[in-house]
Design a protein around this ligand. Structure first.
Ligand SMILES: C[S@@+](CC[C@H](N)C(=O)[O-])C[C@H]1O[C@@H](n2cnc3c(N)ncnc32)[C@H](O)[C@@H]1O
Length: 267
């Protein structure tokens, strides 16, 4: 059974997800707009974490719309709802694998970087789609973590990439859920989805290498649990700066995970 490997310290994870959101949110906004999410809609967001997708959806559906955002981790919901300033978002605890206690008739369901952590993602996607009315939208966004993290590949980049991928594999996380979304929609009995693929990438002093540094740092407990690498090996306190320095010295750029957005209109 897959477990979420980044939840050892939920307050730190909340901050990490907010920072990570600044990298992914422009891609997600494009996806939500392309899919046809519109003012007045009622949206369900699964695996909401720090609420980044819920807030983007709330902006689009506006004051006449509503977002119900759920996460399996009660600590995540406690922290995220304590920071909530958007009156049209309501947070709650629910497992995306079953969505027990969540009603139906939503105009759309969204989920970003959550199917990759489910032990049965097709069943989770089917449950999510079942909460949407016929004619409503199913919108998912997942990543490919095995895609290049930097170009050129330099020693620290190569080492931390292999440590994190090994730890995630041992935690049974699907590191290539993004490209698998198309077939997953079919497995879940949904119509063929439309796809939007993109990634953030940047070099120079503002390179998003720091973002990868934070992701890898958050993976240290999982690396230690599975005997992949130690905290001393990773040295998370200095990792973001080392990745930035290495990227600048190589004259290259850091590349964010390749994100695949998929959406379909429910029959
Ligand atoms: C990488 S975070 C993504 C958070 C948010 N969707 C975003 O993109 O910013 C994954 C989230 O999924 C949640 N999660 C993991 N397994 C879950 C499950 N079975 N049901 C609901 N949420 C789950 C985790 O607690 C975590 O908050």
């Amino acid at each position: 059974m897959a477990t979420y490997p980044f939840a050892a310290d939920r307050a730190a994870e909340h901050e990490r997800l907010l920072r990570q959101g600044s990298i992914f949110d422009p891609l997600t906004r494009r996806l939500l707009e392309a899919s046809g999410l519109a003012p007045g809609m009622r949206v369900l967001d699964i695996g909401c974490g720090a609420g980044n997708v819920a807030r983007l959806a709330a902006e689009i559906v506006g004051p006449t719309g509503h977002v119900t955002a759920v996460d399996v981790d009660p600590a995540a919901i406690e922290i995220t709802s304590a920071h909530n300033t958007v009156p049209t978002i309501e947070y709650g605890v629910a497992d995306a694998q079953t969505l027990d206690g969540i009603g139906d008739g939503f105009d759309a369901v969204t989920g970003r970087l959550v199917l990759m952590y489910l032990s049965n993602p097709a069943a989770g996607l089917r449950e999510a789609a079942a909460r949407v009315r016929p004619g409503g939208l199913v919108i998912m966004e997942e990543c490919d973590l095995e895609y290049l993290w930097a170009s050129p590949q330099t020693p620290v980049w190569t080492r931390v990439r292999s440590w994190l991928l090994e730890a995630l594999e041992k935690a049974q996380v699907e590191t290539r859920m993004g490209p698998a979304l198309f077939s997953l929609f079919g497995e879940a009995g949904l119509p063929m989805p439309q796809l939007l693929v993109g990634s953030a990438a940047s070099g120079g002093p503002d390179t998003l290498a720091w973002g990868w540094g934070n992701v890898v740092a958050a993976g240290v407990p999982a690396m230690e649990r599975f005997g992949v690498a130690t905290r001393q090996d990773v040295d998370p306190a200095t990792l973001p700066q080392r990745l930035v320095a290495e990227t600048i010295a190589s004259g290259g750029c850091a590349i964010g995970p390749l994100m695949t957005g998929a959406w379909a209109v429910r029959d």
